[in-house]
Design a protein around this ligand. Structure first.
Ligand SMILES: Nc1ncnc2c1ncn2[C@@H]1O[C@H](COP(=O)(O)OP(=O)(O)OP(=O)(O)O)[C@@H](O)[C@H]1O
Length: 767
């Protein structure tokens, strides 16, 4: 059965009206390429002797490249064309191995500069500004280069991008660009020309060019695209075996996809919406999805850079490599885990799912679900025995081992009321206790007053004297006593007990643990994940974006037994949103230096970019709430018309609190807009505008986003920040910024911000 490899068909003009015929042709080809009706034929005078055409129907021909290797056959599909166009294209089309780097490329022989599919555009910016000439008129290396500004001050109109970054023609040719493409690339001075030029190069070159233009070093590109620094042996490049191997090069896989089965073939051909990420990964994403790691690995990256996509691919590949492997794919909460499962199944409906951690296959669940399963499974063992202290007692001190029920919300407030009278007002705060308990008491497994009085409190900003510590412990004792009486435990406690139980039993329930949104996990949850899997190859893989930390405290992984030791990398290309929306969202974050990542380093956003352009985010002030409702209804009415009522779930209205959401839903209904409020465990119903809290919107995306109610009640003035102790305020305000950043980065295309009266101080000054 021949292997079908999808080539860059989109670029070469696959027509919607022939999709069905093309699919049926490819299906037959997959079954048996010797069937006479397919007419797989070489073309006289073709530049590449491997090129074939095939008969799709009377009028249409498929363009193919045939490879024979070790008795097997593969076809690279280059699109379906009207008969005469197919014959003309077949004469110049070629899939070759780039002699410098070994990456497979689709080129048109004799097609000047880039040897890419399509003619090469003039670098408009350069020509317009009378800068170095366009095609042919080189900006050779060695031209006087203007002083290099820092990336954030880069003036893209004044300097050609690559010169600004110190990248020369020789650097580009050294990576594998043709000389003509390299000469032209260094003249490009504006985003539009960069995008259009990049779009016409073979895919790996296009993405590499954008990477370089936005500050990635030549060495980093070399590493990311697996480009050798020494000359390659090209002596076997004309063999079919060598080309097949080149098609599997990580950078080739951004343009050529090996089709695994009939269903995948049908999806790729027929379904325009079939998400590109399922097939074509950025070379870096592919590396992170595929490469073995010798221990815990951290993948960071701004919103929309494909961290989730990498995790989902990695989970699938690990499951395929070893069907007996016990894989846990987990994240902050159940809602996000449901979406991970959906993405995993959409990538591969056949992927084996496990019902519980510890079983072969992929278990997908929120980290608290993992904890629950561990506790349920452990059952009476949690109580320990006469000779050994059980996990519950190790974490909470002597008490009943019944911990499956959840502690009621408000339990901290009650404990403070009962036992906190000796504390100063500022410490009589739920938010203080939640943080202290999660970051000091539980991870230290502190069960006695004396232990707490002596405990180190790393990372805690609120200073405590001895008497205050004792007062804090009074409240903790009251909290624990009430929970013990009720036979309950909170989520943090459950995670910590589960981690302790696994450690005590030496039971490692997983071979691989993959984690999304790791920046939001508390110490106990991280310790649970650490306890699920033994240290070793491909044990833990954490995806995170410290700019999106909206829960919990700043944490450092190494304190919880997760040793990254240089195994961390960053994704920087945002696939979701536009350049304009991203620039706005980054301004919301404000001072970058204020954020730290999970290894206590500055969380960098340098080089973070979007490849698409779109409208500038729009600011819509209102003088009253009624006016804001009115404006929202009018805006959404227009958007519904634009996307069509049947697709209204692509429109997201994000607010900071449930109450605001519910009132807005009613106000919109009164104004003729039917919207749905989607709460924590609810799913989106198609056909209705979506209203969500910003917390709930984490991990989601919408084509249009309205940020509603971004007034002074959001940010430093937010009601829930009132009980935060002074010393913790700066961090709490940072989380507010992160929340707004999360919300703004949910928009694919349009972003509008509304408020009444004064805008929140978190909004960038000039819109
Ligand atoms: N290689 C790719 N080609 C095309 N689209 C991609 C690619 N990788 C990711 N995407 C798309 O980009 C969007 C963001 O991807 P994903 O959700 O994985 O990013 P993320 O880094 O997890 O984002 P966030 O942190 O904001 O949740 C999705 O729509 C996804 O389909």
């Amino acid at each position: 059965m021949p292997q079908i490899i999808m080539g860059p068909a989109e670029k070469s003009g696959l027509d919607g009206s022939v999709k069905k015929a093309a699919y049926s042709f490819l299906e037959k080809l997959r079954e048996d390429d010797t069937v006479p009706g397919l007419h797989i034929e070489p073309i006289a005078l073709s530049a590449d002797p491997r090129v074939r055409t095939g008969r799709v129907n009377d009028f249409w021909r498929a363009l193919l490249v045939k490879l024979t290797h070790g008795g097997a056959t593969s076809y690279v599909y280059l699109g379906t064309y009207a008969h005469d166009d197919a014959i003309a294209l077949a004469k110049t089309a070629s899939v070759r191995i780039n002699p410098i780097n070994g990456i497979a490329e689709f080129i048109k022989v004799g097609d000047g500069a880039a040897s890419a599919g399509g003619s090469v555009p003039v670098a408009q910016g350069a020509a317009d500004q009378g800068g170095p000439a366009g095609p042919g008129g080189a900006a050779p290396s060695g031209t006087t280069v203007p002083p290099k500004p820092a990336p954030e001050d880069r003036d893209t109109t004044a300097y050609p991008f690559l010169e600004t970054q110190g990248v020369s023609v020789a650097d580009l040719t050294g990576l594998g660009f043709t000389e003509a493409a390299a000469k032209q690339a260094v003249t490009i001075s504006d985003d539009d020309s960069l995008e259009s030029f990049a779009g016409r190069l073979p895919t790996w070159q296009g993405v590499a060019l954008i990477d370089l233009a936005y500050g990635k070093s030549v060495e980093a590109v070399r590493e990311a695209y697996s480009i050798p620094s020494a000359p390659r042996d090209t002596s076997r490049d004309d063999t079919d075996e060598a080309l097949l191997a080149a098609l599997k090069h990580p950078a080739s896989r951004a343009e050529f996809a090996f089709i695994e089965g009939q269903e995948e073939l049908r999806e790729v051909i027929e379904n325009a919406d079939f998400a590109r990420w399922r097939i074509y990964l950025h070379p870096e994403q592919r590396t992170y999805a595929e490469r073995d790691r010798n221990g815990a690995f951290r993948l960071s990256g701004g919103a929309g850079t494909g961290k989730t996509v990498v995790l989902v691919h990695r989970a699938r590949l690990l499951a395929r490599a070893n069907p007996q492997a016990r894989i846990v794919l987990t994240t902050f909460n159940r809602t996000l885990a449901d979406s991970l499962r959906e993405q995993l199944l959409s990538l591969d409906p056949e992927v084996p799912l496990a019902k519980a951690p510890g079983q072969p296959g992929v278990y997908v669940g929120g980290v608290d679900q993992v904890a629950y399963q561990v506790l349920r499974e452990a059952g009476s063992a949690l109580a320990g025995s006469q000779s050994s202290t059980g996990a519950v007692a190790q974490v909470l001190g002597p008490r009943t081992a019944q911990v499956l029920q959840g502690t009621a919300p408000g339990a901290w407030a009650e404990a403070i009321a009962v036992a906190g009278s000796s504390l100063p007002e500022e410490l009589r705060s739920e938010s203080f206790f939640i943080a202290e308990y999660a970051t000091v008491v539980l991870p230290g497994r502190l069960t006695a007053r004396g232990e707490y009085l002596r405990a180190r409190r790393p990372g805690r900003k609120v200073p405590l004297g001895r008497a205050q510590r004792s007062g804090v412990w009074d409240v903790i004792e009251a909290y624990r006593a009430a929970a013990a009486a009720a036979g309950t435990a909170d989520f943090e406690e459950k995670a910590m007990i589960a981690a302790t139980q696994l450690d005590a039993a030496g039971a490692r329930l997983a071979d691989h643990v993959l984690v999304d949104e790791a920046q939001d996990l508390t110490p106990a949850r991280l310790m649970l994940l650490r306890a699920l899997v033994a240290e070793g190859k491909n044990d833990l893989f954490l995806a995170e974006d410290s700019h999106q930390r909206i829960y919990g405290q700043r944490i450092v992984l190494s304190k919880y037994g997760i040793n990254i030791r240089g195994r961390s990398r960053r994704l920087t290309l945002n696939y979701r949103t536009t350049h304009e929306n991203l620039a706005y969202a980054l301004r919301v974050l404000g001072d970058q230096a204020a954020y730290e990542d999970l290894e206590a380093e500055g969380a960098s956003a340098s080089g973070y970019r979007a490849a698409r352009r779109g409208p500038t985010p729009e600011m819509m002030p209102a003088t009253s709430l009624a006016e804001e409702y009115e404006a929202a209804a009018e805006l959404l009415g227009g958007w519904v018309e634009e996307v069509g009522a049947g697709a209204a779930e692509a429109l997201g209205v994000l607010v900071h609190a449930k109450g605001v959401a519910e009132a807005l839903q009613r106000a919109l209904a009164e104004r003729g807009i039917e919207a749905q409020f989607v709460g924590p465990d609810k799913e989106v119903t198609p056909g209705k505008v979506v209203i969500m809290t910003m917390h709930r919107a984490k991990g989601m995306e919408f084509s249009h986003v309205l940020l509603f109610g971004i007034d002074t009640g959001f940010g430093a003035g937010a009601a829930h920040l009132r009980d935060v102790p002074e010393a913790d305020r700066a961090d709490a305000e940072l989380r507010e910024r992160s929340l707004l950043y999360v919300a703004a980065t949910r928009a694919r295309d349009r972003l509008v911000v509304m408020w009444k009266g004064q805008p929140s101080e978190l909004l960038p000054a000039s819109g």
